[in-house]
Design a protein around this ligand. Sequence first.
Ligand code: CP3
Length: 346
Amino acid sequence: MQKKNDLLLRAALGEEVERTPVWLMRQAGRILPQYRAIRNKLSGFKELVQTPELACEVTIQPVDELDVDAAIIFSDILEIPEAMGLPYKMVESKGPLFPKTIQSQADVDALKIADGARDIGYTIEAIRLTKKALNGRVPLIGFSGCPWTLFAYMIEGSGSKTFSKARRMLYQQPEASHQLMQKITLSILSYIKAQVAAGADLIQLFDSWAGILPPQQYAEFSLPYIAQLCDAMDEVPVTVFAKGAYFAREAIGQLDCQVVGLDWNMSPSESRQLIGNQKTLQGNFDPCLLYADQNTIRKEVRKMLEIFGTNRYIANLGHGVYPDTPLDNVKCFVDTVKEYNFSKIY
Ligand code: CP3
């Protein structure tokens, strides 16, 4: 039988590890030819998400191909808005689009609180299948978007450079905004609890649009809802990745989570100081560095590992891997982390 790899979980909990665990955000996706082959046979992205056997297959592809130390379930953060009553389309080579958006108190009232196991049952089933197929080979990460990031898509209706409609809503309708944030939070909670019940070993919360809020609004409209989620999740370790929220690192360090994700703008040593020693840090290699030559990649990966140190650290990128990244360079990143000689720095 294969030896079980629980490096990620031990690092998340602050236990000693023989080497630094490594995985990549968006590792299951277009960087892999195996993914593109399956994807091209289907009607679209959503068919892949909603077919548990296929979602299971593409979740395991990067574990086979890259030998990473974790699998992350293949789905999307936008399943929650859909489960609440706001369907989306994934427009080929453009991104998500919500035909209907939230603009008023009445719109907020019309949304339901999702029941994760029932309304997003296909992903819950995909977790069950994946967990069984992995058989302990590596931990399985479940995930959700954070309330603010989902709110941003639900108001704006699509991606945006400024998310000014979503930000405007916070100023014009603060009460309705809080009510929506609370409904989203309860939906997320139901969903991540169902993920854990189905076998997810760790939950990562993505606040991809954290960095567009002013610090005070982040403190009022995002953090308290993330805190609710962290407080309610004591079954498995939780990772909070708030992209661009350098201003909130101290507060994120106070959350009841085990891991804090850093983007590539955040200095490791400054982050460690602000966040404290009680959290594991995850990140933060610039995904663009994976377009450099492999000698540069190896040099920069070693630099990153030296700065973060061996304790309470999970190697990853500072955001998702870009779809056109050369696969050999992704492998070079993973292999360099795995080959790094720990003893050198003891
Ligand atoms: O490998 C993994 O990380 C697991 C799967 C995963 C996907 N999306 C698959 C996906 C995860 C964890 C996500 C999270 C997600 N989705 C986030 C948070 C992380 C981040 O990047 O900040 C966000 C903001 C989304 C919303 C989303 N989904 C956008 C904006 C897009 C279009 C942009 C793009 O990359 O094409 C998606 C589509 C999407 N989600 C793809 C994948 C593999 C590409 C779709 C395809 O195959 O055509």
